[in-house]
Design a protein around this ligand. Structure first.
Ligand code: NCD
Length: 309
């Protein structure tokens, strides 16, 4: 399988076989699977990653930077566009053309849907979508799949409940699409105004995926994973709407009974108040392990698109 030079823009660009290949490649970077000390620090030596963050991030930006350095890459880029010539009025396309000349891979997060695709059309080098507005976040999806695979030992046959902001949450959009390649039942739990958009449900219908929708967390929920998400305040046009909904889907100490039953709780993070920290110590609360897995996935993805695996 050849990933050299590929852009990572839309999860739909990856077949089931390709997704599984990436998951397998990430094991080489994961101390849970690597047999001895990982000597990967020179795989991508001499290559440069540029991180272009037009929107805030902690995990995605820092784990890409860490992953790049762990495989020997140098790093350039910005996370405050106002510290660059964008502040003087330089266009998006000029910024991309310039960074294209200085790096070997561009990692871009931007509030506008389609911005990563636009960058990929302009750039000669591979572009990774680190989140384009409410649309997609494909590398988060791959690390979510990796986490489920690592925890459950399989993807076919599991049941996944996606919860919270299914309308604006880009992580759940791309995750639902990716899970549709596998025999996974999907359960959507959200306020009626934040349902999974029809465009994504139509894909599930077309692919014959079994799914259910609820507007409260069912008492007798049967699921292997609950994937909780943050209500995406920054995407609401009317903040009063946000205020009405923001405290409706909080998982507090009463969720412990689900964890005790074996449900594993995931979250792409950051959380605001939607998972009470009293749940953190439970062995089935796995959101911090999930974030850690992002490192191995990003080491694998960078190595693959640079053609160094
Ligand atoms: C998410 C994002 O930016 O889409 N965070 C992440 O990358 N792990 C989720 C969020 O902001 O709610």
């Amino acid at each position: 399988m050849d990933f050299k030079g590929r852009d990572i823009i839309d999860i739909n660009d990856f077949s089931k076989e390709e997704l599984l290949y990436i998951l397998k490649s990430a094991k080489k970077f994961d101390p849970a699977f690597a047999k001895k000390d990982r000597s990967n620090y020179t795989i991508a030596q001499g290559k440069i990653a540029a991180t272009l963050f037009f929107e805030q991030s902690t995990r995605t930006e820092q784990s890409f930077k860490s992953a790049a350095q762990k495989i020997g890459m140098g790093i350039i880029g910005f996370n405050d566009p106002h510290s660059t010539s964008i502040h003087k009025g330089e266009s998006f396309s000029d910024t991309i053309r310039i960074m294209d000349a200085y790096a070997d891979v561009l990692i871009i997060r931007h509030p506008k849907v389609g911005s990563a695709k636009e960058a990929a059309d302009l750039a000669q080098i591979p572009v990774i979508n680190a989140g384009d507005g409410p649309n997609q976040h494909p590398t988060q999806t791959i690390l979510d799949l990796y986490t489920m695979m690592k925890e459950a030992g399989k993807l076919d046959g599991i049941i996944v409940a996606l919860m919270g902001d299914l309308k604006y949450g880009r992580t759940v959009h791309a995750l639902s699409l990716a899970l549709s390649h596998f025999k996974v039942k999907q359960i959507f739990i959200s306020h009626p105004t934040l349902r999974m958009p029809d465009e994504f449900l139509q894909v599930l219908d077309k692919r014959g995926v079994e799914y259910e929708e609820f507007d409260v967390l069912p008492e007798d929920l049967k699921a292997d994973f609950v994937y909780q998400t943050r209500i995406q305040k920054e995407r609401f046009k009317d903040l009063n709407e946000y205020k009405k909904i923001k405290d409706k889907f909080i998982l507090d100490a009463s969720f412990k009974k689900y964890l005790d039953r074996g449900v594993k709780l995931m979250h792409p993070l950051p959380r605001v108040n939607e998972i009470d920290s009293v749940l953190d110590a439970h062995p089935n609360a796995i959101y911090f392990e999930q974030a850690r897995n992002g490192l191995y996935i990003r080491e694998a993805l960078l190595t693959l698109i640079l053609g160094r695996i």
